[in-house]
Design a binder for this molecule. Structure first.
Ligand code: ATP
Length: 383
């Protein structure tokens, strides 16, 4: 079968080439899997063209791509191939060389305490060598402003989109994940005015909502068409496919792995400040007060996804992870969502798809939906 080895020489800490030379190619050679082609990406959107050309040179059918990169390169490949629209079936062998490696870290969660890093980075390659089964990737398609984008990890607005927007400018001075924390601190007091429609799962006709007391999803009470409308302001709005984490330890949608969906769906994690019993109005003081809680929620996501258990306990400054208080995080599982930003709220028009930032047009909306049937375009990962 045709085998392409592709690496992004500038991703993460810029060691992808060295890792491929020293660890990936020797393993392939030792197992008689000589690559058909070895390519370094040369800039934005090059990866997609390389893979499309490789599929053509291989005469179509299934191709295997050993990809040493971060999530952004996976995203570029998938978007390029979906935009071309030809029939493709790609089996990815992922080598995590990016900054966050959300997809890889979700498929191969880090051991605590960490074990041998090189062995951990070669797990997908080992599965390929062992001819293990592959896991299909779910795609989410977001349409906005007469264009569309596919996500394979995360689609977000509000704080997460602002963090990704700002952190890109910090990339040169902070190549590691600390740039996400700095950008989070700079944006955490902001609220985003929008309304949201959550779209029902075709399998049940309803949106599912996580109940922290029962520790499971329940069908939510919804409108006649099964959708749910939520009014802002929002502090946080993020949906994931295929992943339960965005960094090795930032487990923002933990139910994606602890309670996996049986049909294609998105997990949606939301923070709405006006649900906080101690906040009644949108004021600078309220925003400062809620920023502490947003910080605590995001901090608990690093505690193995414990943020989804947090509750208000009646005191203005405190969140606790037990008791009867109202849940802080709203966690839904659904077929997709619509985000309708308030026209006057410029930052609410930011949209993030797998780390790439887009702007929703004025008076526009974004509609994200999971792709449930895309037979001619299939992506899977060796796990
Ligand atoms: N030779 C190159 N020079 C400059 N940029 C490149 C080159 N090759 C690829 N790129 C760009 O690098 C960007 C970042 O790549 P990638 O997502 O793989 O790494 P990352 O951002 O470090 O990791 P992650 O997405 O996991 O945080 C991609 O969007 C791609 O367009």
């Amino acid at each position: 079968m045709s085998l392409l080895v592709l690496y992004n020489p500038v991703c993460g800490d810029r060691t992808a080439k060295q890792f491929v030379d020293e660890h990936v190619l020797p393993v392939l050679e030792n197992h008689g899997r000589t690559p058909t082609k070895l390519v370094a990406t040369e800039g934005e959107s090059h990866a997609g063209r390389v893979v499309a050309d490789f599929i053509e040179e291989s005469g179509g059918g299934t191709v295997t791509v050993v990809l040493a990169s971060g999530d952004g390169t996976v995203h570029e490949i998938i978007n390029h191939l979906c935009s071309v629209g030809n029939s493709v079936h790609i089996l990815f062998v992922l080598i995590p060389c990016g900054t966050a490696n959300a997809l890889y870290s979700s498929l191969f969660p880090p051991k605590i305490p960490p074990t041998d890093t090189n062995v951990h980075k070669l797990k997908s390659l080992q599965s390929f060598i062992d001819a293990s089964p592959t896991k299909p990737l779910t795609l989410a398609k977001t349409s906005f402003s007469s264009s569309s984008v596919y996500s394979v990890v995360v689609t977000s607005t509000a704080l997460h989109a602002s963090i990704l927007h700002d952190s890109e400018e910090l990339r040169a001075e902070m190549p590691g994940i600390e740039r996400f924390k700095v950008a989070a601190r700079n944006n955490i007091t902001r609220w985003y005015n929008a309304s949201v429609n959550l779209l029902p799962l075709p399998s049940t006709g309803s949106v599912e909502i996580y109940d922290p007391a029962l520790d499971k999803f329940l069908p939510s009470t919804s409108g006649p068409d099964g959708s749910i409308t939520l009014q802002g302001p929002f502090a946080y709005f993020l949906s994931t496919v295929n992943v339960d984490r965005l960094e090795p330890l930032f487990r923002i949608s933990p139910l994606a792995s602890s309670s996996p969906a049986s049909t294609p769906s998105v997990d949606v994690v939301i923070l709405r400040p006006l649900r906080d019993p101690s906040i009644t109005i949108d004021s600078p003081d309220s925003r400062l007060l809620f920023a502490q809680k947003s910080g605590q929620v995001l901090g608990e996501a690093y505690n193995d996804g414990n943020h989804i258990k947090l509750r208000y306990d009646g005191s203005p400054a405190n969140l606790i992870s037990h008791g009867e208080g109202q849940g802080v995080v709203e966690y839904f599982r659904c077929a997709g969502w619509e985000w309708l930003p308030n026209e006057a709220d410029e930052p609410a028009h930011l949209l993030c798809a797998d780390g790439t930032i887009f702007h929703i047009e004025r008076r526009g909306r974004a509609r994200c939906g999971v792709i449930s049937d895309q037979d001619h375009i299939q992506f899977a990962v060796y796990v």
